[in-house]
Write a protein that binds this ligand. Sequence first.
Ligand code: ZN
Length: 397
Amino acid sequence: MNRSPGLRSESIRRQNLSTVLTSVHREGASSRSDLVKRTGLTRSSMGDLVSELTRLGFVVEAAPPPDGSPGRPSPIVQADASGNVVMGIDLMVDSVGVTADGLGGQRLHSARRYRPRSRVGLDETVAMAVELVDQIRADIDGARVHAIGVAVPGMVRRSDQRMVLAPNLGWPETDLKQLFKSRLDFDGNVLVGNEADLGALAESRRGVAAGLNHVIYLSGEVGIGGGIIADGRLLRGRDGLAGEAGHIPVNLDGRQCRCGAIGCLETEVGEETLLQRAGLSSDGGREAVDELITAARAGDPSVQEALSAHAHWLAVGLATLVNLFDTDAVVLGGLLGDLLPSIASELEPALKQRLLPAQADTPVLAAAFGIDACGVGAAEMAWDSVLDDPLRPDRQR
Ligand SMILES: [Zn+2]
């Protein structure tokens, strides 16, 4: 019992370090006095906390640019972005992207490699990602790589981070965390998350929904992924599998989905169905999608019917989600975001018609990050593991 006050104060100090560093990462550089206002911590403790974060190499204090006012200006506490890095790996069906982001969210490096959709084997995909990681790590030589986040278009169980189902990749249940740990020459933490969950995290923290606490993110690539932010946090469910909005049933007379059920949202607004309805090759991949988007933007009447059906079924699916979650905004990513300008005039009234009166003005927005959303979210997931306890990596060195 004698030790408990000391343990308690140590745990409070670690929590306070986390609070200050998280503020610098998410809200940007700031004077000590503004950090006091942002965090609610005392002025006297802020000095010690900033000194400790400086000693740990996370932040630097610099003179602000002169603003002409008299007196000595307060130094600005800013993230050491080039010295502190996380990497994001974004595994998509037709491409693999890797990014390096500095503390504070600055993108330092990125690379993406496209591949045919027929070549999505697990080993081949991991090898491609590892090669890109090695290339980028050579470019950021000298920076501390704190953690690596992996985004995958599959369901990831929270308790053991195993990917348990990836219908659009056709991979078996896989321990991706261990697989990457064994292939990468990296001692730090590797975290795995569902791509749409991470897209939701990216858009709600740094994208079009920044500052909103209740967000539905729906993303279309080959399949339809969903992520839900509730009360400012990613809704995870019992074991991390919540938010699979692509598999809510919308058409009881519809087609069988890759998940095995009938009439899922994905079977009505997925890429394959859209291309078929537009009379394009359903396995035409990104080129066919680009062709369709160009035609849609030009107002081509031959794709109008397909877009009307798309808008109708998307409205049916979104109405269920918005009525259920009472959200600030809906964010559409990937193919759905690219199509929004072409379908908004039909989608918005069709959605409004199905919403409860209190939800009727819920805005539908196109994602800010486009194809990069999942990579940004993977980096944020990796940062969370660092910012949660900034002292931990220091102890391990
Ligand atoms: Zn399904």
